[in-house]
Write a protein that binds this ligand. Structure first.
Ligand SMILES: Cc1cc2nc3c(=O)[nH]c(=O)nc-3n(C[C@H](O)[C@H](O)[C@H](O)COP(=O)(O)OP(=O)(O)OC[C@H]3O[C@@H](n4cnc5c(N)ncnc54)[C@H](O)[C@@H]3O)c2cc1C
Length: 286
């Protein structure tokens, strides 16, 4: 990576980016990838005065996770805060040698840039497990585990955190989750399995939060592709809404945007039938 091009993974990356944002000042920052990390970088850089453009390949950032309609509404936070969002846009190459001067898109456009942050995800670095370890890996390098996090039949090797593709009995499939809360919860359960009399399963509530533009976005649960999403919007000076994802008669997941009380209400709801209706009614009364 040449000067002016950043990823964000370590504390050193963070310090390097901060120093470069000081250099850029009110200049142009292009953020490649509009997921949680890209959006948080965009928000921080905008607050420091940069002219920010986010480039996102999907029709809306996080549309695979949240569904197109909800993701499109969430994406309006960028425009609300003076950040340009280009969707359905793919990067062909970076321009400039040795320092970056622009980002070329596959449609021929070139976005001028004084700095670039690339936030397009990571892959587990598990190549060293491929030969001779007896540990099965998924195509993306994730370690295939049972519901207890065990990676071998004898339960002598476990994986936790970003690297673990764990079987989720509720969803009926293997899942790799890149959330801090999941890493901690899985580690706790695996430690109990190793030290205790029997295996301990970890029930993930899939909770993630993201601080953007001075507000907070939370996602509790994991929306599914066939869930029905009900959006409740608060009457507030800045964008504030909550989404209940229904799966059959169950409340499967909840997204809140700049609305902490809506999360408190949702956390009290149970998985009982009708909970989605109760939560939506309670939000409307807030
Ligand atoms: C910029 C950023 C912001 C994030 N923000 C949030 C957030 O707001 N909320 C949230 O829930 N999650 C967030 N995440 C995700 C969260 O940080 C991860 O899900 C969590 O750190 C996973 O923990 P882990 O222990 O599995 O992996 P890591 O924290 O990545 O730790 C793995 C460690 O193993 C080391 N390692 C790797 N390979 C080897 C090897 N072969 N030998 C020895 N050591 C090795 C690595 O150097 C690293 O120190 C964020 C991630 C990033 C990068």
């Amino acid at each position: 990576m040449g000067p002016g091009v950043h990823v964000l993974r370590t504390l050193a990356d963070c310090h390097g980016l901060r120093a470069d944002l000081d250099r850029v000042g009110d200049g142009r920052l292009v953020v490649v990838g509009g997921g949680f990390i890209g959006a948080e970088v965009a928000s921080t850089a905008r607050a420091r005065g940069a002219d920010v453009t986010v480039v996102e390949a999907l029709p809306a950032p996080l549309s695979g996770l949240l569904g197109q309609q909800v993701a499109a509404e969430l994406a309006l936070l960028h425009a609300d805060n003076g950040v340009r969002l280009l969707t359905g846009a793919q990067v062909a190459s970076l321009v400039g040698e040795p320092s970056v001067t622009g980002v070329a898109l596959t449609d021929g456009r070139v976005l001028p840039a004084d700095a670039v942050v690339v936030g397009i995800g990571v892959r587990p670095d598990t190549g060293w497990l491929r030969t001779g370890s007896g540990i099965a890996l998924d195509t993306d390098g994730g370690v295939l585990c049972d519901e207890y996090g065990a990676a071998d039949a004898a339960r002598t090797v476990y994986a936790v955190g970003d690297v673990a593709r764990r079987y989720d009995p509720l969803l009926g499939r293997h899942l790799r989750v890149e959330h801090w809360t999941s890493a901690v919860g899985q580690a706790d359960a695996v430690a109990r399995s190793i030290a205790g009399p029997g295996p301990v399963a970890y029930e993930d509530d899939f909770f993630v939060w993201s601080d953007q533009y001075g507000g907070k976005i939370t996602l509790l649960g994991r929306p599914g592709p066939d869930d029905e999403a009900t959006v409740v919007r608060a009457d507030a000076p800045r964008r504030r809404f909550a989404v209940a994802y229904r799966r059959g008669d169950r409340l499967a997941a909840v997204l809140t945007v700049n609305w902490p009380k809506a999360l408190v209400v949702a956390r009290r709801a149970t998985a009982a039938p009708g909970a989605a209706d109760d939560v939506v009614a309670a939000w409307k009364a807030l």
